[in-house]
Every structure is written in structure tokens, then in C-alpha cells.
Design a protein. Structure first.
Lengths: 172, 425
């Protein structure tokens, strides 16, 4: 992963304080009721924070650490372990391209490389308009769609690079 | 022969043809939750016994008998314990659980409630991989419907039994499909596996007894309890009873998920259920049980029966039932390279033989790209893989080593050509 210093294209910067929105604070409280200890809620809470801000910057980590009484280092360790938590700024849309066996058989790797070139970007680096971050992924669990991508929360079947570009050009 | 895929008479996809069956009222009109209600009038021990008699084997990959696993669980009904459904489905080539729950979430919830009653677990979690966001939402909605009907929560149907059920989303890590890795992840940590024993059934989530079962195993429980163990055993073999979901991808005309009796021949699965080979190409090889399973050449692929013992007898494993079909145009060097990149990326880093070993395996292919690999590197791959086996906390190292050695056994010459073709002299 790239270090946060390298890309500064997206707010919030690490200087702005972060807090859950009123609605998300309610969701947070509801999440805690699901578990027998606070730590177990960490993954869902990180998902929630990321839904609000797009990525998990230092200020978000500090806020969650205070909120849940979990050391920052432990939260950072967790964030770095999972592919779907982002500790670098990402674009408005996350596009994951599968490069595992079934998808690579049908051009998944060429599609990923082609998209990086087309959008003139690198792994997770947001496009200049801040619209898209591309992420190479291992098996996404939708091999019948091969080659397959995930665009934000949905699986998208594509046929080749051209159809992938076409799909992504529609994104807001 | 008739295509019997998704047959209504089978155990798991029997509701899949009903439009809108993700809705609880439609599911109930088709007979859903009836078995659960009947089970509340049965002794928990009788339910456990029936599941044991059915011979159902864990459908996540290991194939350990579900009833026997349940037998390791404490019988103290008041002790605090958990039921954890493994919906992390991450083995490359596997997408059966996704297909099952996105259309019919209630079959899993019904199975979990029956299991919770049998095992006296007060809380349950469905750990679903982060990529399955929409599927997690479908499950959340279905759980809400079940609460509204009084099938979940406190004092279910006045039986004095409490069971709460929640969806817990992962965040993209293959290793969380390993049951102790899943427990670490549920505890809010990195998904690193823990040494066994103690097994989760004794000491699992938060140090308490935890029963971890795969989606497909739990979803089979309502059918088994409704029709009985004997009826379940009408399918399959003595050691592999019942039906199984298979996820088929690769060079077939109709990739997808099918439910067939165990011991259905791979030839029938490819030619009948999947509409044959794509473009009429010749079959070259099949990965029969997810990327961890050693590959079969065409000859073995055409004679193997898809049950636990026959696939094992031919040197591979049934695993999660993920079948990847490869035709004559495929290069096995590419397939092994993609496989090994995956395991290196997914090693959790705890154990040296796995963390370093998966990297060494992958490095042969990196050297190849620079024109620096040699024919002898195939021996190096074999030796490295061999030294990784049985040395680690969990099975990921073995899962990388087995397909490597399997591939070398069947396609050595092709691999030697693959790595050395671009070697700079």
C-alpha cells in the first residue's frame, strides 16, 4: 500500500476532526448491542466510518480509538490486514477487478492493467477527477461472471476492457 | 440423460424456482419454517442424533461430519456459547453459498434456528465476506422478518428459548474462512488463525464454546429434519451421503451453481449440467475442489465421481465443490502462477514456513518474468512446497503446497517449458 503522504487529493485531511454523523452514531450504538464486548464491533464500526468518509484517515482512527477505547495501533493493525479497509485516500467509486484463476482465464489481468492505463492511475490511487480508485483483488466469489468486477457494492459482469471502460464511464 | 440441475426434489435449491422466496411469507407458503416449528417439539439430543445419522459432512471444504462436530459441543444448555455460520466463502472458484443465500436467505436462518435449539446456543453470527455486501443486506432483511415473526429473539414461540442472530461482515481476507481465523476476526482482530486444540467447540469466540458450520451444512439441516436421515442417504454414497452444491467456472458453456447428489460423475457435471465445453474445445484439466485442490488431467476428470472418497482416491480433494474447468488452450504455468500469487497475498504472516514459503513459490514466476528462471526451478518449487506441509498453525501453507505438487506431478514438462522458455542465455 502507498503511504498516506503520497496522495493528498481527497479530504478529509488528517487535521480535520472526525465524528460520526448523528445517524451513524445511532447505528454505532445499535451495533454495540449485537456483541458481548466492544472489540468485536470493530470491523462493523470501521465499515461504518468508511461509508461516511470514504477512507480511514488518522483523524478517523483517533476518533474510533477514543470512542471504543481501543488503542490506535490495534486499529491500524486491523485496517492494514484487510483489503477492503483503506488507509489511503480513495476515489468516490471503488472498482475492484478480480485477477484470480477463473477471471484471469477470461482476461481479468489484462482488463485491470488496461484500466490502470486508460485512467492513468495506479493501485487505489484516485483518478485526477477523484472519481475512481482501481483495486486488483483476489477471487471475489462470482466466478460464473468471469471476468468480473465489483463496482462499489455490486458485482458487474464484463466481457473485455472496452466493456469495463464503458461501465466505468457511467459512474458519477 | 436429463439435466437435473436445480431439481426441486433436492435438499438445498428446492425453493430456488419460487419467485420472491427471499420474502418470509412466500418462503412460509412454500413450507418454510414448518420444520423449525416441529423441531421445537423434539428433544435437542434427538435432533443431534438425526444429523449424525444423516452422515452430513461439513460443506466448507474439510468434509468433517457435522453431527460428530456437534457431539464435541458442551451439553450444558445454560452455558454461554455461540453458533457461527461460515459465509466467508473465499476459496477461489467457490460461489455456491452466495448463490444459495442471495435467493433464499431463510433456508439458512431456519437451519440456524434448528441448530441453535439443538445446541442451545444463545447467540449466532453469520460471518459473511466483505465483498458480499448485497448478500449481507439480503440476510439482514431476512433476519428482521424472522424477528418480526417471533422466530428469533427472546422466548421463541413461547418455548422459553432465546436465540439472537446477527450478520457480521468481513473486509477482504481469505484466511477468515478458516474457523479460528474467523473467530479472531469476529473478535475485532486481524484474522489470524489460532492453534488447535483447543478446538472452537471447546474454546472459541471470546474463549467460549463456539460451533462453526458452513452455510451449506446449516442450510441442509431443515431438509434432513423434515425428511429424516434415511431419506437424505438415498443420495450419494455411504461415506458421502446427500446432495452437494457445486460451483462451476472456466471453460464450460454454462458456468454456475448446481445441486446434485454426491458421487455424480464429473463428466456428467461438465457435459450435461454445464452444457459441455466452451467452443467445443477439448478438456485439458480440472481443478475439482477449489484452488487448493490438486489438478486432474483430462483422463482422471472423465472417470472421477464427485464424492469425498473418490476424489481423494484419485489424489485430490472435494473441498468446497469449486470446479474450475480448463480446456486445451490453457497453459498450466499461468494457472499455477495465478494460484501462487493468491496464496502469497493471503498468507496471514504468522508462521514462517507459510509467510516465506508462499513468497518463495511465487518468486519462481517473478524470476521467469525477468528471464531468470530455469527448468530446475520446478524441482525447487516441489521441494519448497514439500517443506511447507504440516508445519503451520492452519492449512493455508498446505493449501498452497498441494496444488503446486499436484500440478508438477501431472504437468511437469509443460511447467518446465513455461519457466525456461524466456530464460536469458
Amino acid at each position: 500500500m502507498k503511504s498516506p503522504e503520497k496522495s493528498t487529493e481527497k479530504t478529509p485531511t488528517t487535521n480535520e476532526p472526525f465524528a460520526f454523523s448523528a445517524a451513524n452514531l445511532e447505528t454505532y450504538k445499535e451495533l454495540l448491542t449485537r456483541y458481548d464486548d466492544v472489540e468485536s464491533a470493530l470491523l462493523p464500526v470501521l465499515h461504518l466510518a468508511q461509508e461516511q468518509t470514504g477512507w480511514l484517515a488518522e483523524n478517523v482512527i483517533t476518533y474510533i480509538s477514543n470512542l471504543m477505547s481501543i488503542p490506535e495501533i490495534k486499529i491500524k493493525e486491523v485496517i492494514s490486514f484487510y483489503d477492503m479497509f483503506y488507509d489511503v485516500p480513495v476515489g468516490r467509486n471503488i472498482v475492484q477487478v478480480c485477477t484470480n484463476i477463473s477471471c484471469s482465464m477470461f482476461g481479468g489481468r489484462e482488463i485491470y492493467q488496461g484500466l490502470l492505463k486508460h485512467f492513468d492511475t495506479g493501485y487505489l490511487t484516485p483518478t485526477r477527477d477523484g472519481r475512481i480508485s482501481l483495486q486488483k483483488m483476489e477471487c471475489l466469489g462470482a466466478c460464473e461472471l468471469a471476468p468480473c468486477m465489483r463496482v462499489n457494492d455490486d458485482f458487474v459482469a464484463i466481457t473485455d476492457l472496452t466493456s469495463a471502460i464503458h461501465k466505468l464511464e457511467e459512474l458519477p | 440423460m436429463k439435466n437435473t440441475a436445480n431439481n426441486k426434489d433436492y435438499a438445498l435449491l428446492s425453493y430456488h424456482h419460487i419467485p420472491g422466496v427471499h420474502n418470509i411469507d412466500i418462503f412460509e407458503r412454500a413450507g418454510g419454517y414448518e420444520t423449525m416449528k416441529e423441531c421445537f417439539n423434539k428433544e435437542p439430543e434427538a435432533i443431534k442424533e438425526e444429523v449424525k445419522l444423516s452422515g452430513l459432512r461439513g460443506r466448507g471444504g474439510a468434509g468433517f461430519a457435522t453431527g460428530v462436530k456437534w457431539g464435541f459441543f458442551t451439553k450444558d444448555r445454560n452455558a454461554k456459547k455461540y453458533l457461527l455460520c461460515n459465509a466467508d466463502e473465499s476459496e477461489p472458484g467457490t460461489f455456491k453459498d452466495r448463490y444459495l443465500v442471495e435467493k433464499n436467505p431463510h433456508i439458512l436462518i431456519e437451519g440456524m434456528i434448528i441448530s441453535a435449539w439443538a445446541l442451545a446456543t444463545q447467540k449466532g453470527y453469520i460471518y459473511i465476506r466483505g465483498e458480499f455486501y448485497q448478500q449481507a443486506m439480503i440476510l439482514e432483511r431476512a433476519i428482521k422478518e424472522a424477528y418480526a415473526k417471533g422466530y428469533l429473539g427472546k422466548n421463541i414461540l413461547g418455548k422459553g428459548f432465546d436465540f439472537d442472530l446477527y450478520v457480521h461482515r468481513g473486509a477482504g481476507a481469505y484466511i477468515c474462512g478458516e474457523e479460528t481465523g474467523m473467530i479472531s476476526s469476529l473478535e475485532g482482530k486481524k484474522g489470524q488463525p489460532k492453534l488447535k486444540p483447543p478446538f472452537p467447540a471447546i474454546k472459541g469466540y471470546r474463549g467460549l464454546p463456539t460451533m462453526v458450520n458452513n452455510v451449506e451444512s446449516l442450510a441442509a439441516i431443515p431438509w434432513i429434519m423434515r425428511h429424516g436421515a434415511a431419506a437424505y442417504k438415498q443420495w450419494g454414497t455411504e461415506k458421502s451421503p446427500g446432495t452437494k452444491l457445486f460451483s462451476i467456472s472456466g471453460d464450460v458453456n454454462k458456468p454456475g451453481v448446481i445441486e446434485v447428489p454426491l458421487s455424480t460423475s464429473l463428466k456428467d457435471i461438465i457435459e450435461i449440467h454445464c452444457g459441455g465445453m466452451r467452443n467445443g474445445n477439448k478438456l485439458k484439466a480440472v481443478i475439482p475442489g477449489g484452488s487448493s485442490a490438486p489438478i486432474f488431467n483430462a483422463e482422471d476428470s472423465y472417470i472421477v465421481k464427485m464424492d469425498y472418497e473418490d476424489v481423494a482416491a484419485k489424489g485430490s480433494m472435494l473441498g468446497s465443490g469449486a470446479i474450475i474447468v480448463l480446456d486445451e488452450t490453457r497453459n498450466m504455468g499461468d494457472v499455477l502462477k495465478w494460484t501462487l500469487e493468491f496464496y502469497h497475498h493471503e498468507s496471514c504472516g504468522q508462521c514462517t514456513p507459510c509467510r516465506e514459503g508462499t513468497g518463495w513459490l511465487e518468486s519462481v514466476f517473478k524470476r521467469r518474468e525477468k528471464g531468470q528462471a530455469h527448468k530446475s526451478d520446478i524441482d525447487l518449487l516441489d521441494k519448497t512446497a514439500s517443506s511447507m506441509r504440516g508445519q503451520t498453525i492452519c492449512a493455508l501453507a498446505d493449501a498452497a503446497a498441494m496444488p503446486t505438487q499436484g500440478m508438477i506431478k501431472v504437468f511437469r514438462e509443460e511447467l518446465e517449458t513455461y519457466v525456461s522458455a524466456s530464460t536469458k542465455k
